[in-house]
Design a protein around this ligand. Structure first.
Ligand code: ITT
Length: 198
């Protein structure tokens, strides 16, 4: 049994593999297929983009496929960067994205730097008519400088008040325990075994 995670993002791939390791199926990601073409994310919502990615990959491989579309919503920026989180500063470059976020929030005081990470997962399968869709989120504050070396993307700027740390200061298990993606995966785990037709 094989499941494909429709992502080229190494940080996401690591988090999925950590949860789905040691099970009776094999997990692959698009990092195992470097020639797989870029999927254009033309949707207007996380769910639309995750659906596009899941179906493009499912149709190519004929296998059960999970896609994640995710991003950061910052209240003081009216929910931006949102679905544009990966390419906020142009090309996909985490350091440039973080620098742009800090500059956009320049002068905004701590209590107004509220934000959330959102992850929408779509599980598509050739033998199921309908997709399984779940969403997870986590709330936090955008710091005024990066802290921590783990994780990816905006993690060094995403401060989790309950833990007194940024996401980039958490181990992968600590991050999965509270993160938007971890929360979405937990919802998926409660449903997918009953849903899937192998
Ligand atoms: P795939 O489409 O190949 O999965 P991607 O990185 O392009 O990779 P998205 O379009 O869903 O994926 O963009 C998600 C962006 O949101 C990601 O590049 C980060 O900038 C940000 N993001 C999402 N989850 C994050 C997390 O757990 N920690 C930090 N940043 C995150």
């Amino acid at each position: 049994k094989e499941i494909i995670i429709a992502t080229k993002n190494a940080g996401k791939a690591r988090e999925f593999k950590r949860v789905f390791n040691d099970q009776e199926f094999v997990i692959k990601t698009l990092l195992d297929f470097p020639d797989f073409p870029e999927i254009r994310e033309t949707g207007k919502t996380f769910a639309e983009n995750a659906t596009l990615k899941a179906h493009a990959v499912m149709e190519q491989f004929g296998l059960p496929t999970i896609a994640d579309d995710s991003g950061l919503q910052v209240d003081a920026l009216y929910g931006q960067p949102g679905i544009y989180s990966a390419r906020y500063a142009g090309d996909h470059n985490d350091a440039a994205n973080n620098a742009k976020l800090l500059s956009e929030l320049g002068g905004v005081p701590k209590e107004k730097r509220t934000a959330r990470f959102v992850s929408t997962l779509v599980f598509a399968n050739p033998k199921n008519d309908d997709d399984l869709i779940v969403e997870g989120e986590v709330k936090g504050l955008i710091g005024s400088f990066p802290e921590g070396d783990d994780g990816f993307g905006y993690d060094p700027l995403f401060y989790v008040p309950e833990l007194g740390k940024t996401m980039a200061q958490l181990s992968i298990d600590e991050k999965n325990a509270i993160s938007h993606r971890g929360n979405a995966i937990k919802k998926l785990e409660q449903q997918w075994q009953d849903w899937i037709n192998w």
